[in-house]
Design a protein around this ligand. Structure first.
Ligand SMILES: Nc1nc2c(c(=O)[nH]1)N[C@H]1C(S)=C(S)[C@@H](COP(=O)(O)OP(=O)(O)OC[C@H]3O[C@@H](n4cnc5c(N)ncnc54)[C@H](O)[C@@H]3O)O[C@H]1N2
Ligand code: MOO
Length: 411
């Protein structure tokens, strides 16, 4: 590691370092695709209206178009029918003192200011007469040009996840292609001899499955593998496979200081640089982030509870930002409430405590969920999220506190 490599950092510094790294990675992650293929991707540009909608004044009914004032004057005599217009044709101006037969979607002839539905009229000797109780009202049954939106209006914001609703809007605007963010490929890699089928004291590998469930979504494809040995060479081969296929690699385990914790030295010999090495937080202190070219490698602690927390706090917001949903890395907006327990944190670590939530608004209360530590996976299922307690700042029962809700990768 170069001398200026940030080593042990506090939690907010770790987030800030990730934010700066993100800015250097975002720009070349864009494809230009037709609207249909762009569905499921996140929009990488603002879309402004180039034409109004409707483009012209359009009839909303099959019926007759005329001047409301002339029909009112004509009364029971009605107006003679002159002309016919359907969608797809450009009508001649309305003949003075006459009505024009019109179909839904057709352009209103110049001069007409009212449409009455066919079933509310009668045709008597070539003249259209309004049915009993029906009056001619200026503007009736006309969709005015630009009433949906005008030229220049912002129709879609960068960061919008596109789906079927956006297809007609883009096509209406003559957009044959839009700029969208590329889906992210994430490789999750577990390591440790305890996961091999030959292991004397074998364990079930949990973290890659947990992380796939947490991280995958339409714009994030997750693949997983396990290096089930304590061999640095095998770990390096697995890491190389991950780096070859992914934008973001997430490793779990092997990042502490034990003899078999090879993730850091192997990444370093592969040429990776260190963004930060360990964070002053509990749990999750071994959390490390490396960069190998354009690939970011999140090295999470092996203990499943700590891995889950670090993924929630660091990996999820990073992937959300990198898949284009937000312009900047935004650690999840906390929920405010009051702690119903006292807690004295250590002087040098930000603590994240599993809590359940009751009440809402001013009545929101956080209760500590018992946990035996960073390997506890049961407590995760009983907690709604984690309460942040800053280093050296003891919390008393009744104090205001902030909670970060567990959630899937979504905005
Ligand atoms: N001397 C020190 N020892 C430890 C320190 C320290 O600062 N000094 N830190 C402790 C902390 S905190 C943590 S967290 C762990 C992290 O160690 P590693 O990231 O190297 O994780 P491992 O040793 O590989 O595994 C720890 C534990 O988790 C289980 N594990 C690992 N991967 C998985 C998986 N994919 N699925 C299920 N369970 C997994 C593993 O079997 C171990 O039981 O280090 C402390 N030690
Ligand atoms: O993070 Mo270790 O993160 O406390 O078991």
């Amino acid at each position: 590691m170069p001398d200026d490599t940030p080593c042990l950092v506090d939690y907010d510094t770790a987030q800030a370092l990730l934010t700066s790294a993100l800015q250097t990675l975002l720009h070349d992650r864009v494809d230009t695709l037709p609207p249909l293929q762009a569905c499921g991707r996140v929009l990488a540009e603002d879309v402004q209206a180039r034409s109004p909608r409707p483009e012209a004044d359009i009839s909303a009914m099959d019926g007759y178009a005329f001047r409301a004032g002339e029909m009112q004057q004509a009364g029971g005599a009605g107006l003679p029918v002159r002309g016919y217009v359907a969608a797809g044709t450009r009508p001649a101006p309305l003949v003075a003192g006459a009505a024009c037969e019109i179909l839904t979607g057709a352009r209103i002839p110049n001069g007409a200011d009212c449409v009455v539905a066919r079933e509310r009229t009668a045709l008597v000797g070539g003249r259209v007469v309004l049915a009993e109780g029906i009056s001619a009202r200026t503007g009736a049954n006309i969709r005015w040009a630009g009433e949906e939106f005008e030229v220049g209006q912002c129709l879609l914001k960068r960061g919008t996840p596109l789906d079927w609703r956006h297809v007609p809007l883009l096509l209406d605007q003559g957009k044959t292609a839009v700029r969208v963010y590329r889906p992210l490929n994430v490789s999750v890699l577990a390591n440790g001899a305890e996961f091999g089928c030959q292991a004397e004291d074998g364990r079930i590998e949990l973290n890659t499955h947990m992380l796939e469930a947490m991280l995958r979504r339409e714009t994030v494809h997750v693949t997983k593998q396990t290096s089930a040995s304590d061999s640095p060479d095998e770990l390096e081969s697995a890491l190389r496979r991950c780096v070859a296929q992914a934008d973001v690699v997430v490793t779990t385990g092997g990042i502490s200081v034990g003899q078999t914790d090879h993730v850091l030295p192997v990444l370093q010999r592969m040429g990776a640089g260190c963004l930060f090495r360990r964070v002053r937080m509990r749990p999750g202190k071994p959390m490390t982030v490396m960069r190998l070219g354009r690939t970011v490698v999140f090295c999470l602690p092996g203990n499943s509870g700590a891995a889950a927390l670090c993924a929630q706090l660091f990996v999820v917001p990073f992937l959300v930002a990198m898949s284009g949903c937000v312009a900047h890395l935004q650690p999840r907006v906390p929920v405010m409430g009051r702690s119903d327990f006292a807690y004295a944190p250590p002087p040098d670590a930000t603590c994240f405590l599993p809590v359940s939530v009751t009440g809402e608004g001013e009545e929101t209360r956080f209760s500590l969920v018992p946990s035996v530590g960073a390997s506890d996976i049961q407590c995760l299922t009983r907690a709604s999220g984690v309460m942040r307690v800053d280093a050296g700042r003891a919390v008393q029962a009744g104090d205001r506190a902030e909670l970060m809700l567990f959630s899937r990768l979504s905005m």
